[in-house]
Design a protein around this ligand. Structure first.
Ligand SMILES: [Zn+2]
Length: 403
């Protein structure tokens, strides 16, 4: 189990603090030290909570930013699709414009043919009318004279037949011209219809293009709004990262202060000149396995997995210098074991007890004496004993000292 987030830096800083403590706090009184430890524990807990809050806010902001970025990507894909559709429509409209121009050319061509046919017809009709008028005059005034001017019957008959034939031929040609004219008009009407169809199609495409353009503008607006959201989230993220650095600093400071106070508590009892035998015993009668070793991922101690309620023993005799609750350690006990022949001081700390320690600050304990019971209080995911050891107020691997 990890107990402080910045343990390595913490441990190195602890060294200097420990030296300072040795020189300046050698006369700290027990009650004062206990009150200070309790206050500092509270302070650390508050700083840790403040840091957690900042971390959570940062996570949310980063999640918001990721959402906005995903949305922007999606909007840009839509916009790109629309622009491609608009491009296709523009091409199609260009094609239709061409078709319409061509159709108009055909119509103009057809109109010329119609006009030409009309002129032919008009001419033919005028000629016909002239002839009819001539014949009329012949009938009215001079037909007899004309007929009588014929030198013989054959000539007379031929003349009449020729007149009839001319009239008949004129009628036939006029009819044919009229038919051709009608047909040309029909063709022109069909061309006009085809052109109208093309224009309707173009209008439809123009309407679609206008709708797509409007949708594209809308998307561009949405993208711009999303960009604003991303910028805002980035600014928040930056601010929160700065706040996070500050909060981390405060947690580090609070943790340092607490550890220094715990060391000071040991120091206060150190004056009692307890002799440490260095004959350390086991902290538990039995345990299942070591679930986490010292130093791994900044781990301050050694974790022994054991059933809840297993008795926790003092590994050596000494004085209880802390017995309390800590947000991370849960219920814990610190024991100061005194100094060895070389003047090195020793202390141990037992964490995650299932309930309040059964020993109190200031009481003497003997090696193997029960301090409390295995539990999972504080920052723990299962029943285990978290055991720390300090030599000269510096954390060491307790497994190197236990028999
Ligand atoms: Zn642990």
């Amino acid at each position: 189990m990890k107990h402080f987030s910045h343990s390595k830096k913490f441990i190195s800083l602890l060294l200097s603090v420990a030296v300072a403590m040795t020189m300046t706090l050698s006369t700290v009184m027990t009650p004062l030290a206990a009150a200070s430890v309790s206050d500092l524990r509270q302070k650390l807990q508050e700083q840790q909570a403040a840091l957690e809050k900042v971390n959570q806010q940062l996570k949310e902001t980063q999640s918001d930013k990721a959402d906005a970025q995903a949305l922007k990507t999606q909007l840009e894909q839509q916009k790109s699709l629309l622009l491609s559709q608009i491009g296709t429509l523009t091409e199609q409209i260009g094609g239709l414009d061409n078709d319409i121009v061509n159709k108009q050319d055909e119509i103009n061509q057809k109109q010329q043919e119609v006009d030409q046919k009309q002129a032919e017809y008009d001419q033919r009709w005028a000629d016909f009318k002239d002839r009819m008028r001539a014949m009329q005059r012949l009938n009215d005034g001079g037909s007899i004279a004309l007929l009588s001017s014929a030198t013989n019957l054959y000539q007379l008959l031929t003349f009449a037949t020729t007149l009839e034939q001319i009239v008949s031929k004129d009628e036939e040609i006029c009819q044919q011209l009229e038919d051709e004219h009608t047909q040309l008009e029909q063709q022109r009407a069909e061309l006009e219809q085809a052109k109208a169809d093309l224009e309707a199609k173009k209008a439809d495409y123009e309407a679609q293009k206008a709708a797509l353009n409007s949708k594209t503008s809308e998307l561009a607006e949405n993208i711009s709004q999303t960009d604003e959201s991303i910028s805002k989230a980035e600014a928040e993220e930056q601010a929160l990262k700065e706040a996070q650095i500050e909060a981390n600093k405060k947690v580090d400071e609070a943790a340092k202060e607490l550890d220094a106070a715990l060391n000071a508590a040991n120091q206060a009892y150190g004056n009692a000149s307890i002799q440490c035998s260095l004959d350390f015993g086991r902290p538990l009668a039995t345990y299942k396995y070591v679930s986490c070793y010292f130093g791994g991922n900044g781990h301050r101690g050694t974790d022994y997995a054991a059933p809840g309620g297993t008795e926790i023993y003092a590994v050596s005799g000494g004085v209880v210098t802390a017995a309390a609750y800590h947000y991370s350690w849960g219920y814990y006990v610190q024991v100061y074991h005194g100094k060895d022949d070389n003047g090195n001081s020793y202390s141990t700390l037992y964490a995650h007890m299932n309930s309040a320690p059964i020993v109190s600050v200031g009481s003497s304990v003997s090696k193997g004496q029960t301090l409390g019971y295995v539990g999972s209080t504080g920052n723990s995911t299962g029943n285990h004993l978290h055991l720390e050891m300090k030599v000269n107020n510096v954390l060491v691997n307790v497994m190197n000292y236990l028999s």
